[in-house]
Ligand binder design. Structure first.
Ligand code: SAH
Length: 254
């Protein structure tokens, strides 16, 4: 019997953001692996086993799921948002790249999901309407000096920047440092969007200026979008503001 592994994106949280392809993959799986908080969102279908693990154990989780599929089962691994964005798809590829030859024969598929930056952007207008990039602020898997270099490069080249993993209990100071770094390149009035737990009951979305951007509203469930020099805020009476980046840009002036 030959097994298969499907790496499935769950979207940001709201079940309406789960694609039908992802739903089909989850229903068809005999075993589902994932970080416990994400796995809790997946209903247990009949004859299905769930294998929750800790957030930090991505490599071990990928290897366990691959082993299980190689033994003949139809296995799913889940990620929040899109599995290709700072998540399990790369962990699975790394494991296959380093693993035994038999793992390369496995039937592997990837099912996309709505990633956090797109969910946040849709709540506020079109902050990603022109060129943008995404960075993880976590220095668990890369040195902080590299993050600083990338922040400098992105801001000075005029990209809007989506920041994943802005703050955690183990990384209390990085977000403030990142904002200070960006203030070197961007005007104090640059819009900064905080989207927290988007697509869940406790969702909040707020807009501040780069000058006032503090780590306080951010946590591990927050995605931050830092505008470029072109990004604009449209104030509206009785309605939340719209934040957008026009489709056309002038010369880089940073
Ligand atoms: N694969 C995920 C990202 C994993 S990294 C995706 O594509 O969205 C985890 C980070 O994603 C969090 O620290 C946060 O920055 C962001 N994030 C995930 N879900 C979110 C949500 N519902 N609202 C806001 N940000 C979210």
């Amino acid at each position: 019997m030959s097994g298969a592994l499907t790496v499935v994106g769950l979207g940001p949280g709201d079940p309406r953001y789960l694609t039908s392809d992802a739903d089909d993959a989850l229903r068809g799986a005999e075993a589902v692996y994932g970080y416990k908080a994400y796995l809790d969102r997946v209903p247990i279908h009949s004859m299905q086993d769930h294998y929750p693990s800790d957030n930090r154990e991505e490599g071990a989780r990928a290897a366990a799921a691959i082993e299980h599929a190689v033994r003949g089962a139809n296995v799913a691994v889940v990620s929040g948002g899109d599995p290709g964005v700072f998540a399990m798809a790369a962990a699975v590829c790394e494991a296959i790249d380093r693993g035994p030859d038999a793992w390369r024969k496995l039937d592997v598929a990837f099912v996309p999901g709505i990633t956090a930056m797109l969910a946040v952007s849709a709540k506020i207008g079109a902050p990603l309407g022109h060129d943008f990039c995404a960075l993880s602020l976590s220095d668990n898997l890369k040195p902080w000096a590299l993050i600083e270099r990338r922040l400098d490069a992105a801001a000075s080249a005029g990209f809007v920047i989506a920041l994943y993993n802005p703050v955690s209990r183990a990384r209390p100071w990085q977000f403030g440092e990142a904002m200070a770094r960006l203030r070197r390149h961007l005007p104090p009035s640059t819009p900064v969007v905080f989207g927290r737990a988007v697509g869940r009951a406790e969702e909040t979305v707020s807009v501040v200026t780069l000058e006032d951007a503090e780590s306080s509203p951010a946590d591990m469930a927050t995605l931050v979008i830092v505008g470029s020099r072109e990004t604009r805020v449209i104030a509206r009476s009785g309605r939340p503001p719209l934040v957008y980046t026009p489709r056309a840009a002038a010369e880089v002036s940073a």
